[in-house]
Design a protein around this ligand. Structure first.
Ligand code: FEO
Ligand code: CA
Ligand code: CA
Length: 631
C-alpha cells in the first residue's frame, strides 16, 4: 500500500537510526575499519559472542572471511549455498508489464480481482467500460491481494482453503473515478476490501476455485466481534449503538497452530474523514486520522466513517486490530483479538515458545513506529482445552533496541505506574497501544513490515525504508537509506523472555552492485522449514545496468548470506503474500496493484495490448523439475 510520508510519533523516543548510527560507529572503531559493511558488522558482533547458535556462527565465519578479502558488498557476492540451486532471474528480465521468473521455474495465475467466490458466480474480467456492482463484488474475490495462507484439505498438496487479504484498491482502480458519487459506489469500494476465503483445488494440473460450503467474503460491512481485555470497553461503543462491522486495509497475516487465519488491519485511518468541523484528539492524531483521510470519500455516504458525526465517535477504535478467521467454517464470526494491541498491524507471526506459549511478533508499519510481541499466559493447548483463546490472555510487549546489540521487551501493562498514570485500564491502554509504547520508551523503527521466525529461532523483520534517515557520516555507510534493511534478533528463553540480542542481516543498499541480488524496500517475508528466507518487495527498487527493476521476490540463505532473485512482478505492482502447499512443491504469491490500476502500464493478467484494466492476482509457482520452491 502507498504510505504517506509522515510520522505521527511525537514521543521523542530515540529512533532506530540513531541507535544504529551510534552502534555502527562504535563497531567501526572496534572492528574492521572504514569499509565496514553490514556483514562486517555482523562478524564483529558474532566475535563478541552475542550470537551463539551454529547458524550465526557459520554466517559470522563466512562474513569474516569475505571481509578479510576486502569486499565491501560481501553479502550478495558469496556463492555456493546448498539451499539455493536455481539460476537467478537476471535484472535485465526483471522489468516491464509482465511477470517473469527464474528459468528453473514456471508460474500460473489464480483468482484475480473479480473472480467469483463460487464457480458460476458473477465475474469481472477487467473490462475498462464496466465495473462490478457492489452486490456482485461481495460475491467476488476482492482487490489488493496481500497476505494469505493455504489451509490444507486432505494432504493439502492439491486442495485447500485459501484465505486472502484484500488490502486496498484506489477509487480510480475499483470505481473508475476518483470520488464516489453514491452509497452504491462506497459499497463497491467497501466490498472490494477485506478478506476472501476460497476453496481451491488442482484439477488436471491447474489450480482453480471449486464450489465450497465455506468460501466467503468478509468485507467492511461483515459482522465481527471483539474478544480479550478491551472487548467490552466504552471506547469500542458508539452512541449510535451500531454493531461492530467489518475489517479493512488487511495487510499481512498470520496463522495459528489451531488452524485459524489471522488478518492484520493496517492503514485503517485512510478510510475515515470528516464532512464537518472536527479536531483530532491526541489519540486520533497518533493514529494518523485526518479530516481529509486518504480520499476514499466513504464518509460522504456512510456516516460510520465520518469523524465529525458524533453518533459514530469511537468507530475508528474498532479498526487497527488482529482479526481471527476460521477458514474451515464459513459461518464463523471474525474475532478481533484486542490483547494483541491496536496499531497499524503489518503481520502476526505466531510461533510456539517455551512451555508451549503462543508468541506473536508484530510490526507497526509507520516511520518511527515499533515492533511488538504478545506472549500467551500459558500453554496454548491447555488454554484452549479450558475454553480460553490463547490470543485473549497474555502479555503485550514492545521492543527497545540498545546500542550494544542487546534489547529489551517492555511490558505494556496497566500495572506499570507510568502507564497507570496515563490510562484508566488495560482496555484503554490496548486501544491506544501506540501511546503506551511511546510512554515506556520503545525504539522508533524504520517502518517495520513483515516479521518471520526462522527454524533456528532467529526472528527477522523487514524495515522497508526511511527516507528521513539522516545518518551521513563515514562511520555509517547506510546514509541516506531509501532502500531499507533487514534486522534479526534472538529472544531469551525460547521467545518468551524479556531480553534479546539483535543484529543487521542485510542493508538493501549493499546488494545493489550484484545483478542477481539487487533489491530495495523489503516488505513480505517468510522463512521456510529449511531456513530459506523469501523476501518480497514493495516500493523503490534499484536501477541495475540501466534497468529499473520491478518489485520482486528473492530467496536468501541466512547461513551464507547469498541472496538470489527468483521472480519479478509487473510495472508499478508490488509482490506480496506467500504461502505453500505442505510439500512446498507449489507456492502462492500475489501481485498487488499492477500498474497502479492503469491499463497503459500493464494489462496483467490479461494479455498485453488487450486494453483490460490490470487486476491484482495470485501467482502459482512450481519448479519445472517438481522440486521444493526456493531450492
Ligand atoms: Fe500493507 Fe506495510 O504494507
Ligand atoms: Ca506493502
Ligand atoms: Ca506490506
Amino acid at each position: 500500500m502507498t504510505h504517506d510520508n509522515k510520522s505521527s510519533n511525537r514521543s521523542g523516543n530515540r529512533s532506530f537510526e540513531d541507535v544504529l548510527r551510534v552502534r555502527m560507529s562504535r563497531r567501526n572503531v572496534i572492528g574492521h575499519g572504514a569499509a565496514l559493511s553490514a556483514t562486517g558488522f555482523l562478524a564483529a558482533l558474532a566475535g563478541n559472542k552475542l550470537f551463539a547458535d551454529n547458524a550465526t556462527a557459520a554466517t559470522a565465519q563466512s562474513a569474516s572471511k569475505t571481509v578479510a578479502q576486502g569486499s565491501g558488498t560481501a553479502i550478495a557476492q558469496r556463492q555456493g549455498s546448498s539451499l539455493i540451486n536455481f539460476p537467478p532471474l537476471p535484472a535485465a528480465k526483471s522489468a516491464g508489464p509482465v511477470p517473469s521468473i527464474s528459468s528453473a521455474y514456471q508460474f500460473d495465475v489464480l483468482i484475480p480481482w473479480g473472480t467469483p467466490i463460487q464457480p458460476g458466480g458473477p465475474t469481472y474480467d477487467g473490462n475498462p467500460n464496466t465495473r462490478p456492482t457492489a452486490a456482485q463484488q461481495a460475491q467476488q474475490v476482492g482487490i489488493g491481494h496481500d497476505g494469505m495462507w493455504l489451509f490444507p484439505i486432505g494432504n493439502g498438496n492439491d486442495h485447500g482453503m485459501l484465505a486472502l487479504n484484500n488490502e486496498f484498491g484506489s477509487n480510480t482502480h475499483v470505481l473508475g473515478k476518483e470520488v464516489p458519487e453514491s452509497l452504491e459506489d462506497v459499497r463497491l469500494s467497501q466490498h472490494a476490501h477485506g478478506v476472501s476465503v476460497v476453496e481451491i483445488k488442482k484439477v488436471n494440473g491447474k489450480w482453480q476455485t471449486v464450489r465450497s460450503a465455506n468460501a466467503r467474503r468478509i468485507h467492511v460491512n461483515t459482522p465481527v466481534t471483539f474478544s480479550g481485555p478491551a472487548a467490552n470497553s466504552r471506547l469500542l461503543r458508539t452512541t449510535a449503538g451500531n454493531p461492530p462491522l467489518g475489517t479493512v486495509n488487511n495487510c499481512a497475516n498470520g496463522k495459528t497452530p489451531w488452524g485459524t487465519y489471522l488478518t492484520c488491519e493496517e492503514n485503517f485511518n485512510a478510510y475515515f474523514a470528516a464532512t464537518g468541523e472536527w479536531t483530532p484528539t491526541e489519540a486520533q492524531a497518533r493514529y494518523g486520522l485526518s479530516a481529509g483521510g486518504s480520499g476514499y470519500g466513504w464518509e460522504k455516504f456512510d456516516p460510520r466513517f465520518d469523524l465529525s458525526n458524533s453518533s459514530y465517535t469511537n468507530e475508528e477504535n474498532r479498526f487497527g486490530w488482529v482479526v481471527e478467521i476460521d477458514p474451515m467454517d464459513g459461518s464463523q464470526t471474525p474475532v478481533k483479538r484486542t490483547a494483541l494491541g491496536r496499531v497499524k498491524h503489518e503481520n502476526a507471526e505466531l510461533v510456539e515458545g517455551q512451555g508451549g506459549r503462543a508468541v506473536v511478533y508484530m510490526g507497526d508499519d509507520e516511520r518511527f513506529d515499533y515492533i511488538y510481541k504478545f506472549v500467551s499466559e500459558s500453554n496454548w493447548r491447555s488454554m484452549r482445552a479450558r475454553g480460553i483463546s490463547p490470543l485473549d490472555q497474555g502479555k503485550l510487549y514492545v521492543a527497545k533496541f540498545n546500542d550494544d546489540g542487546t534489547g529489551n521487551w517492555l511490558e505494556l501493562t496497566i500495572n506499570n505506574p507510568a502507564l497507570k498514570a496515563k490510562f484508566a485500564d488495560q482496555a484503554e491502554l490496548l486501544t491506544y497501544t501506540r501511546i503506551a509504547a511511546d510512554t515506556v520508551g520503545a525504539t522508533p523503527m524504520d517502518r517495520p513490515e513483515w516479521i518471520a521466525v526462522a527454524p533456528n529461532g532467529e526472528v527477522y523483520c523487514n524495515l522497508t525504508n526511511n527516507t528521513r534517515r539522516q545518518v551521513a557520516d563515514a562511520a555509517n555507510p547506510l546514509a541516506p537509506n531509501p532502500f531499507g534493511h533487514i534486522i534479526k534478533w534472538r529472544d531469551s528463553n525460547n521467545h518468551i523472555g524479556t531480553t534479546f540480542t539483535w543484529d543487521i542481516f542485510v542493508l538493501a543498499k549493499d546488494t545493489h552492485s550484484i545483478d542477481k541480488s539487487a533489491f530495495g524496500s523489503p516488505d513480505g517475508l517468510w522463512a521456510d522449514p529449511d531456513g530459506r528466507l523469501f523476501i518480497e518487495t514493495d516500493g523503490s527498487q534499484p536501477m541495475v545496468n540501466g534497468v529499473q527493476l520491478n518489485d520482486q521476490m528473492l530467496v536468501a540463505d541466512p547461513s551464507t548470506g547469498e541472496i538470489c532473485r527468483i521472480f519479478s512482478g509487473v510495472t508499478d505492482g508490488e509482490v506480496t503474500g506467500i504461502t505453500v502447499t505442505p510439500d512446498r512443491r507449489t507456492m502462492f504469491i500475489n501481485i498487488q496493484h499492477p500498474g497502479n490500476g492503469d491499463p497503459s502500464k500493464t494489462n496483467f493478467p490479461a494479455p498485453q495490448g488487450s486494453n483490460k484494466i490490470p487486476r491484482d492476482a495470485t501467482i502459482v509457482i512450481t519448479k519445472k523439475d517438481g522440486g521444493i520452491i526456493g531450492s
